[in-house]
Ligand binder design. Sequence first.
Ligand SMILES: Cc1cc2nc3c(=O)[nH]c(=O)nc-3n(C[C@H](O)[C@H](O)[C@H](O)COP(=O)(O)OP(=O)(O)OC[C@H]3O[C@@H](n4cnc5c(N)ncnc54)[C@H](O)[C@@H]3O)c2cc1C
Length: 334
Amino acid sequence: MFANCSRTLKKNSNLLNILQRLESTLVIAEHNNETLLPITQNALSAAKKIGGDITVLVAGTKCKPVSELLSKAKDVNRVLVSESDAFKGFLPEAVAPLIIATQKQHNFTHIIAGASAFGKALLPRVAANLDVSPVSEIIDIKSSDTFVRTIYAGNAIQTVKSKDSIKVVSVRGTSFEAAPLEGGSAKVEEAPAGDYNTDKAVFVGQELTKSDRPELTAAKVVVSGGRGMKSADNFKILFNLADKLNAAVGASRAAVDAGYCANDMQVGQTGKIVAPDLYIAIGISGAIQHLAGMKDSKTIVAINKDPDAPIFQVSDYGLVQDLFKAVPELTDKV
Ligand SMILES: Cc1cc2nc3c(=O)[nH]c(=O)nc-3n(C[C@H](O)[C@H](O)[C@H](O)COP(=O)(O)OP(=O)(O)OC[C@H]3O[C@@H](n4cnc5c(N)ncnc54)[C@H](O)[C@@H]3O)c2cc1C
């Protein structure tokens, strides 16, 4: 009886291995022509979990450093590169046709990108063109056709089985480890040639925020302020604390809407999703839409003068105090 069970288990796991080997995933690299954005490493881990061959597509203007970097990434079998002025600004109108051409040539079973602004603008176009339903912002993979994602601002978890022949999937970066960028030796090849210029959109320019602080979604420590900060000027006390902790600074939507800080600092359902080692929520009540963006943080600290604030229900450490007293004291002590 036991022998039979173990034989069946072994047979099933062999079958799973064979099925996994049949998968082939195209991961869309997100980069700035010089460096890779960390969310691509998370997407690579998701691709690894699906199993089978992994190909990475790098589209850019002069993106050789990125393709070289990816060719050394563990578990990557092939890097496809397409360099063209058409990809200036990484317009989805230009990149999506390249992905579709690549798909037509190579017949991948999965197409994956990070659930960033880049991936969110790109994948629905690709999925519509391939006539499949995209599966957005997955947080886990059960099998090559079954994915886990959150719904209702993170209040419910949904498991979705996709019956489409090609799975077009965006990956929540905070839910997958970053794949290592060494230990591999993938071949680098040209992606399908074509005219990817588009008249649907024109890249005019971009102004990027310059900051010495770590990027919000990649920071190990995040200090966030809410409406309780009461003014843009008061955010300075958060910046002082953040500088001592080498932290990024985030905000609630109420703080952003009130003009206390820039909207690229917003954390939450309609802002950025973060999962740092340490998240310090200051003057933030803990609305579900805010929690949706930070509740996977490893350690959560809350400072709020209201002992009944919902943020204390998700925090590991809570301090009930006026933030204008607590934050400068904390800053002095670290
Ligand atoms: C569709 C939708 C999407 C949304 N998306 C997001 C999102 O992405 N991110 C997000 O954050 N919100 C989002 N919201 C808004 C969300 O519902 C809340 O309104 C918002 O998070 C509240 O921000 P807050 O906690 O800063 O403000 P409040 O709820 O007003 O809380 C302020 C807190 O500060 C405390 N406080 C005040 N003064 C002090 C002091 N001196 N010392 C200590 N504590 C003090 C108060 O006790 C209170 O708990 C969304 C809402 C909707 C409907």
